[in-house]
Design a binder for this molecule. Structure first.
Ligand code: TYD
Length: 153
């Protein structure tokens, strides 16, 4: 099983879409193993978006991420990193495919509903950045045999 980080961005919190977006991941069959509301700091966001630090929009993106608290969550599943990225859709909500979260809920590049880790390596680093190990839980969902075939897990 893989674990991956999703952040419901301030735009999602402000638009009252938290429940709807969480529900998309639940309906997919991903298992929620950690979740909390937190107000991000510029320092943490500088680490999180370090790959964008030379970009003109670096500060703007960081500022947008701390206009209100966000929801950080950890989802678990087989190939969860790729499954979540596929569900999130392309960065720019305007040309993200219909059926994806960004395609269905966003008209913006920046205000694009969710952050999702882009590789397994990144997911590990990002999960340890946003969660204490004690905040992530181990459990087997009771519907596991309806989610996967027995040779998949
Ligand atoms: P990035 O890591 O490239 O995309 P993704 O979130 O799909 O992994 O960019 C991080 C965030 O920065 C992105 O979600 C929205 C914002 N951003 C802009 O505001 N303008 C841009 O041109 C790009 C590429 C990203």
């Amino acid at each position: 099983m893989e674990r991956t980080l999703v952040i419901l961005k301030p735009c999602t919190v402000q638009r009252g879409l938290i429940g709807e977006i969480i529900s998309r991941f639940e309906k997919k069959g991903l298992v929620l193993v950690g979740m909390k509301m937190t107000w991000l700091t510029d320092e943490l966001l500088s680490e999180h978006y370090a790959h964008l630090k030379e970009k003109s929009f670096f500060q703007r993106v960081k500022d947008a991420m701390r206009t209100c608290p966000v929801i950080v969550c950890c989802w678990e599943g087989i190939d969860a990193v790729e499954a979540v990225r596929t569900l999130a859709g392309k960065t720019n909500g305007r040309n993200a495919a219909p059926g994806t979260i960004r395609g269905d809920y966003s008209m913006s590049v920046q205000e694009n509903i969710v952050h999702a880790s882009d590789s397994l390596e990144t997911a590990k680093v990002e999960l340890s950045r946003f969660f204490d190990p004690s905040e992530l839980y181990e459990y087997t969902p009771s519907n596991i045999w309806s989610l996967y075939a027995n040779d998949e897990i």
